[in-house]
Ligand binder design. Sequence first.
Ligand SMILES: Cc1cc2nc3c(=O)[nH]c(=O)nc-3n(C[C@H](O)[C@H](O)[C@H](O)COP(=O)(O)O)c2cc1C
Length: 327
Amino acid sequence: MKTRITELFDIRQPIIQGGMHFVGRAELAAAVSNAGGLGIITGLTQRTPADLAIEIARCRGMTDAPFGVNLTFLPSFRAPPYPEYISAIIDGGVRVVETAGRNPEKYMTSLKAAGIKVIHKCTSVRHALKAQEIGCDAVSVDGFECGGHPGEDDVPNMILLPLTADALSIPFVASGGMADGRSLIAALALGADGISMGTRFIATQEAPVHDNVKQAIVAASELDTRLVMRGLRNTERVLNNKGVEDLLRIEQERGNSLTIDDIHDQVAGIYPKVMIEGDIDAGAWSCGMVAGLIDDVPTVQELIDRVVAQAEDLIRERFAALLKVST
Ligand SMILES: Cc1cc2nc3c(=O)[nH]c(=O)nc-3n(C[C@H](O)[C@H](O)[C@H](O)COP(=O)(O)O)c2cc1C
């Protein structure tokens, strides 16, 4: 398929794999890029900028196709050395950066000077417009249903995407709740130029995470996610589990006096325990409502081929039939 997003990133299909902490490593990013989408390495999963440089080189060893790096600017217990991470990205010859969280404005000059295309992830029309204004090449619009941080406005994609389409002139992808060819067609119909998937890509053969995580996503229904850290204005959609139930209880007990230190044990250092050791009850880890639509663990190539085939089928068969004049 050809859209403004495939043209911008020089990819074959309008499908992006969003950055995911402890999931977006070279194996997954390369598999997505090899299958025609845009794979993205999650920058901050690499403990140091030097580690990121090695991960970029590893990815390049696995694919000749374009891939990107995600840089997330969220509140954290210790601020990462962003300029050094950006140097690793530039020196590694990466052509696309997905920024997320806070406004990336202060890093735009160095990224653009290096010829890097920037796609900023946002959860509201006003932030999408701001991204366009500061020179981002595209945005990824995360609706309320998304895994990870849906922001604080709670607007689902059915409303957010057409509003974004009306407001924006740069290309954008729909993120949150995307799983198959139906999602892709719906996103295109609502004005997006492609889709970005997170949770769906975790349940693939190549995702370098413990099998318990993949099986937990396959087993989960659309009712099994919870919103945590709302009181800190750092809302995250996570898969419910024993650690999350503890977290929600603490949040309820503390009410307005909640601080990040109160929930340290349920949110800090959880990702390696879950993704590497397979301890899926350890605490809060991001997962989208789309888990309800996921019931298998295909290869990335199978997944992308299936999304595109179903989307093309919908256009050729279902929609063409709707236009046939009855005789
Ligand atoms: C396990 C997991 C970890 C994530 N980590 C990050 C991250 O570090 N940075 C980021 O920008 N987005 C992160 N996300 C959000 C995804 O990039 C994407 O926006 C989101 O998953 C889309 O919603 P979906 O899961 O319904 O497809 C994460 C999502 C998941 C499921």
